[in-house]
Design a protein around this ligand. Structure first.
Ligand code: 5RP
Length: 230
């Protein structure tokens, strides 16, 4: 198990702790490491994005872990099946967290939760449109605490960058159930007003940081905007 980096964004006592996650959805490990090198000081959590994991496999996760031994590292491998095998691949490569899609079978959540516990890791469930509170409760019963709400990249490509109905209002209830909520999908420093007063904890940005002319400045601007959310 790797030592997790302490958050630099703990905020005021009693306030929701806010953290920044950089999603590296790039095809090449070298390119991802270059962006990461510029942004690393402004972020808490590194995400080896689905694109990177599919393109480069767990070599990318190992390379990031080697370069950043103390950051929390998520392998966004979106497990839908073969949960034990896939989660072990990621944890053995150095990931702290793995993702499971909300459409996975009940047995998959159970098996990934078990492997995560054995490896000292955690599971994030990506709640895609159509997710249910029954699923959330089953996850909580398995000890899974992390939930991701997102705006679909495919819907964005089709011209609609919107939160699925009810998702923003779900943040409070997920939190009350003991969940730790991540939000993502086209986030930029100017679009964080949606979260004012809501207990979302992890703010995930990809293109707004690695796609910027100056990823270091973009990461700092995103961090500042996250910390300024009331
Ligand atoms: C897409 C993802 C992305 O990694 C995440 O949403 C960040 O992407 P971006 O900030 O570039 O939209 O998981 O579902």
């Amino acid at each position: 198990m790797h030592t997790l980096r302490t958050s630099v964004h703990e905020g005021k006592p009693g306030a929701t702790p806010r953290q920044v996650q950089l999603a590296l959805d790039l095809r090449a490990t070298a390119t991802a490491l270059t962006a990461l090198e510029q942004a690393a000081d402004a972020i808490d959590i590194i995400e080896a994005g689905t694109v990177l994991c599919l393109s480069e496999g767990m070599h990318a996760v190992r390379a990031i872990r080697t370069a950043y031994p103390n950051h929390t590292l998520l392998a966004d491998i979106r497990i839908a099946e073969a949960g034990a095998l896939l989660s072990k691949l990621a944890f053995e490569a150095g990931a702290n967290w793995v993702t499971v899609v909300s459409g996975a079978a009940p047995a998959t959540f159970a098996t990934v939760a078990k492997v995560a516990a054995e490896c000292g890791g955690e599971v994030q469930v990506e709640l895609s449109e159509g997710w249910t509170w029954d699923l959330v409760q089953r996850c909580r019963d398995l000890g899974i605490a992390q939930f991701i709400l997102h705006r679909s990249r495919d819907a964005e490509a089709a011209g609609s960058l919107a939160w699925p109905p009810g998702d923003l209002d779900a943040i409070e209830r997920l939190h009350a159930l003991g969940g730790r909520v991540s939000v993502t999908g086209g986030l930029t420093p100017t679009t964080l007003g949606d979260f004012a007063g809501r207990p979302a904890e992890i703010f995930i940005a990809g293109r707004a940081i690695y796609g910027a002319d100056n990823p270091a400045a973009a990461a700092l601007a995103f961090r500042d905007a996250v910390l300024a959310i009331p």
